[in-house]
Ligand binder design. Structure first.
Ligand code: ACO
Length: 431
């Protein structure tokens, strides 16, 4: 394999170095292209652009492969849990017992939201959308806890070691508080419980009756969060890196990621899937109408939970979560007609030429909503749940940017297609 690539144009030929990743992925290093030639690459949506080198997550969309720090997602889902996987994603290695205990302690110690910060909730109407609340409240962490708002990883390693578990733990607490606030329920303070049980306690305890953990439920929540822990350069993670590249602190960079997650084509898809399944159920349809509409090719009619910007195969997380839905409902002795509809829809789409030729398969969001429903989490909370899960990935990516002393500020270029130069028209001469 050649270690340079030749680009030929305008009778000219330039040679660019080729970069090869540890899994053999190849990239043309075009950093000097504009300087040497005056040209830039046009790549709307950056689908062919490597914006960074990263050692966190490997994703092979053609073959449905996902690994964090080298470990296959299937093995992590089977043997690990959310807290351990969060540590792995952030620090690069599975923790030993001492490291794991310390990380769990820090998560527990940093779960509470200070009383001043709690007042921020009072400014929101009870009907406020959870993601709208989460974006504002997470961004306020930098104001309430400026001493942990580290923006210089190199000089501030100790602060980072506190700020990382604090971010994960507090996003979880904020999400539980959003739920309580919107339901007119009193806030429940965190206790000395494992991460997922503590979340369920803050969501579902009453001041006079403590929530009793159910092992199947805890396990399912762990799996759900673990499967969302990181996913390479997705929209929200790239946003975190973009903001981090300006030198912004970790809390602020992550709040930008939460904003990016809110869109229905990204994190918002999980609740959109549930609305779609519910309307199929309510209309007594078998999904034919949704599939036919999805084939129109318009963005507004897409089959939610299907397709992916990088997978051209089954999203491995969808396989794991689909199986977990069945197991959880069996163990809880429940059934969910929406799961049956989802399975039917999946089969119909997987036998339809439109989806086959475009390589559109279920993604993680197709089944994650069914699990959350079984856990008692309302549909409008699904995307904020995703945000808890993704926080280790955002932190790890922030850390890579902040610790790269040679990194440049992210600043893509554009092809300008607006009006060419023209002279200012005074107001009385305008039509
Ligand atoms: N339903 C119907 N058609 C679709 C769908 C879908 N869900 N997804 C893509 N297509 C079509 C596109 O319109 C395009 O058609 P064309 O070739 O005739 O123009 C073709 O399939 C190829 O599209 P892609 O290039 O694969 O899609 P893109 O990368 O632009 O978008 C995305 C990826 C946003 C995830 C898209 O598949 C989608 O909107 N899916 C539904 C929303 C969803 O489930 N999002 C969650 C993603 S996972 C996550 O963020 C956690």
């Amino acid at each position: 394999m050649s270690n340079t690539a030749l680009i030929k144009f305008d009778e000219k030929e330039i040679s660019c170095p080729v970069i090869v990743g540890t899994e053999g992925e190849k990239a043309i290093d075009a950093r000097n292209l504009r300087k040497d030639t005056g040209y830039i690459f046009y790549d709307q949506g950056y689908g062919n652009t490597g914006s960074c080198e990263s050692a966190i997550t490997y994703l092979d969309g053609d073959n449905g492969v996902l690994r964090h720090r080298g470990y296959p997602i299937e093995q992590l889902a089977l043997y690990s849990d959310y807290v351990e996987t969060a540590y792995l994603v952030i620090y690069g290695e599975l923790p030993n017992l001492k490291q794991r205990n310390k990380f769990s302690e820090l998560l527990a110690e940093n779960a509470a939201i200070g009383t001043q910060m709690q007042r921020i909730f009072d400014g929101f109407p009870e009907s406020a959308p959870p993601m709208g609340m989460l974006t504002s409240i997470v961004s306020s962490l930098a104001a309430y806890y400026p001493q942990y708002a580290t923006n210089n990883f190199e000089q501030d390693l100790k602060t980072f070691d506190l700020a990382a578990p604090m971010t994960i733990s507090r996003i979880r607490t904020i999400v539980a508080m959003i739920y309580r606030y919107r339901h007119g329920l009193p806030f429940i303070h965190p206790r000395d419980l494992p991460f997922c049980d503590n979340f369920l306690h803050m969501m579902f305890s009453d001041p006079y009756v403590a929530y009793t953990p159910i092992p199947e439920v805890t396990r399912a929540l762990n799996l759900l969060l673990l499967l969302h822990a990181d996913h390479e350069q997705n929209c929200s993670t790239s946003t975190v890196r973009m903001v981090a590249s300006s030198g912004a602190n970790m809390f602020t960079s992550i709040s930008a990621g939460v904003c990016a997650l809110s869109g229905p084509l990204h994190g918002g898809a999980n609740s959109a899937v549930m609305h779609m399944l519910q309307s199929i159920h309510d209309e007594g349809d078998d999904g034919t109408r949704f599939i036919a509409a999805a084939k129109s090719g318009t963005k507004g009619n897409r089959l939610m939970g299907f397709g992916h910007a990088v997978y051209r195969n089954y999203d491995p997380r969808a396989r794991i979560i689909g199986k977990a839905c069945d197991e959880l409902l069996n163990r809880l002795g429940k059934s969910d007609p929406l799961l049956d509809i989802a399975k039917h829809l999946e089969q119909a789409a997987l036998h339809d030429d439109y989806f086959l030729t475009r390589k559109l398969y279920p993604n993680v969001d197709f089944y994650s909503g069914i699990i959350m429903r079984a856990l008692g989490i309302p549909t409008d909370m699904f995307t904020v749940m995703f945000a808890i899960g993704r926080s280790p990935g955002w932190i790890a990516n922030w850390k890579e940017v902040a610790s790269n002393t040679k990194g440049r500020i992210y600043r893509p270029r554009q092809i300008y297609v607006g009006a060419t130069k023209r002279d200012y028209t005074p107001l009385d001469q305008r039509r």
